[in-house]
Design a protein around this ligand. Sequence first.
Ligand code: ADP
Ligand code: ZN
Length: 618
Amino acid sequence: MSEALRILQQVFGYSAFREPQEEIIQRVASGKDALVVMPTGGGKSMCYQLPALLRDGTAVVISPLIALMQDQVDALAQLGVEARFLNSSLSPQQAFEVEQSFASGQLDLLYIAPERLVQQRTLDMLHSVTPALFAIDEAHCVAQWGHDFRSDYLQLNLLHEQFPTVPRIALTATADERTRREIVLRLQLEDAKQFICGFDRPNIQYRITNKQNEKRQLLSFLRNEHSDDCGIVYCLSRKKVESIADWLSGEGFNALPYHAGMSAEKRQRNQQRFLREEAVIIVATIAFGMGVDKPNVRFVAHLDLPKSIEAYYQETGRAGRDGEPATAWMAYGLQDVIKLRQMMEDSQGNEEFKRIEQHRLNAMLGLCEITSCRRHALLQYFDENSPERCGNCDACINPIETWDGTEAAQKALSCVYRSGQRFGVTHVIDILRGGDTDKIRQWGHDKLSTYGIGKDLDANQWRSVFRQLVARSYLEVDFDAFGALKLSDKCRSILRGEETIFMRKDNKEALRKKPRTQKARSHHGDLSESDHRLWDALKETRTRLAETQGVPPYVIFHDATLMEMMEYRPLSPSAFLQLNGVGDAKLEKYGSEFLEVIQSFQDPSSGLGHGYGENVSL
Ligand code: ADP
Ligand code: ZN
């Protein structure tokens, strides 16, 4: 067995490496450079934490996410690994102590904020005792045109210049070809071997549903599938964030708001509760998320449409970092399209900028309206090949039917045209359905040739038709005229009968039918009464241990490890050590407490139970 594998098992408690961790670790441990592009949750930290233990000296990790350093250091402490951090949150005295421990060679890892690293004082410290390696986390921050650019990262070429013999590993989850080139150039990583892993997050189930009554839909999603879970609900506006958080609280959920209009303390408090407590839902604008590294976010729900696939992928990517099943769920409707198109129309910025934004939005709309596999489309957007069907998105689970919507489209478009391209969708649908409203009488629209020609479809079906026509740019929305629908050039061929258009059948059942998706896949799915109680007891034990130490529960054990306790019911320390996520240090610290809980749930006939259940093996 290699030394690396031995450490993986004994210290981290994992049985095997994931692809391509081992090769990366061997490379860095042998003193060479690496550039690692791996999706969120892929296991990047292991790629520098393990070499840190293999090599002499302290590994220095440069990370811009100051808020996370404490948690990372806490998590390593649980494994018996000596780690500290240096950033602006420390007092001069505390910083001095950290510097002392570094100088005396006590540390396995030292996390440093980039602005701190480039100070002469820090560099002097690093020159006094040569580091084991440099890990540059979030390496895409060096890209000047990227969205997370940090000017301090530009100075990180000094690592190579001042410490030419120290191996470096740069890591990121987001790097297209161009960003990768920039990382290599700026950090002088010409000799680094590149490890580019796919973008796919197979444990995330992608679902986009047709918005009818968003609150009711969200509620049934939460109640059916995530009643006890942590998750994020994204909304577009601060006002909506507040109202949805209030409403969810009223429905019995532990829901907290988060948006840029709140005071810094309140935001910090809510974020902290999200990290520390079980089953907290954060309702947030896109202000929430950067640097939130909680592994057991079980769902990300969107009540409003993100502006681009990039944003959607980043936001949904916060779910399921621990590799366990998670859901990315979104309710989307015609109003979303109209609202976002309007926001872009109104946005500052030149025409070129607006054109790019529109282009991105159209790609996002394409993803919403697609009838084939969502994951395949997502990955294709990022230029990655994947199977045609993933089996874990709404389109794969419940294949979406299509219908020939050419005639309906013709009716819809000509009705917009005949009524003068001055009215919104509700009125146009009223005309098509032969409605008897004041507005119709007032405008004499009951005299139009298109009046009542669309009685074959109900109002919801018509909304679906209009949504698809707008999303696919056959219709435009005129914001100077209060959202009136207008024909675009593109629709001519449909009106002339030269183009056939297939539309998706929106799944009306989505609301009522209990989805045969996550629930069946998740570990909670088929639990008996007594299983549920064991699960709760394990979680309570974890929470209690976490609280006494002031760390998040997942720092004690991940959900996955608790689930293995449920599955294997270990009764001895050696059996406990077999669980994924249990290494020597955690066995020693927590083994007896969790073993006791598991024992108490043994079949009473074995003489071990003490009154937890009437009949344990139901
Ligand atoms: P990233 O930084 O790439 O988002 P992390 O380094 O946080 O991902 O790892 C994600 C999760 O996977 C962590 O909980 C980590 O402990 C776990 N992990 C990493 N490597 C392995 C492995 N070889 N076996 C099992 N779990 C692993
Ligand atoms: Zn799929």
